[in-house]
Design a protein around this ligand. Structure first.
Ligand SMILES: [Zn+2]
Length: 122
């Protein structure tokens, strides 16, 4: 064998044997992927929480199913514009962002229209 030494991605022990090995042992490989899965689970939970919180904020600001609010009010309420469940583009080019059934559309002058998706089938 020639070339660089390889080290285990989990414990940094030097790896002997096949060059394409990334872990020194099955044990380290298992630990590594378990930790990775745990991190991914936390990441997913955080996003799910943020989207549910967004939905709750939008629904509180829009009790009648239609509302017009200023961007500052959305920001002050804690809406996170980075996370939503889906985007709906109309033929005229308007873009609605939805958190489940609760949606918003940017209007002019930093105002937003809040809407509720009525028939959530299909
Ligand atoms: Zn190892």
């Amino acid at each position: 064998m020639s070339g660089e030494k390889k080290y285990c991605k989990e414990c940094d022990e030097e790896i002997h044997g096949r060059r394409d090995k990334q872990f020194c042992s099955d044990y380290c490989r298992a630990i590594h992927y378990n930790n990775l899965n745990a991190e991914i689970a936390v990441f997913i939970r955080r996003i799910n929480y943020t989207i549910r919180k967004n939905r709750s904020i939008l629904s509180k600001l829009n009790p009648k199913g239609k509302a017009r609010v200023h961007k500052m009010k959305l920001i002050d309420s804690g809406l996170n514009f980075d996370y939503y469940t889906n985007v709906y583009k109309t033929r005229s080019g308007k873009v609605y962002y939805f958190c489940y059934d609760q949606g918003y559309l940017e209007l002019e002058d930093d105002y937003y229209a809040l809407v509720v998706k009525e028939n959530y089938v299909g």
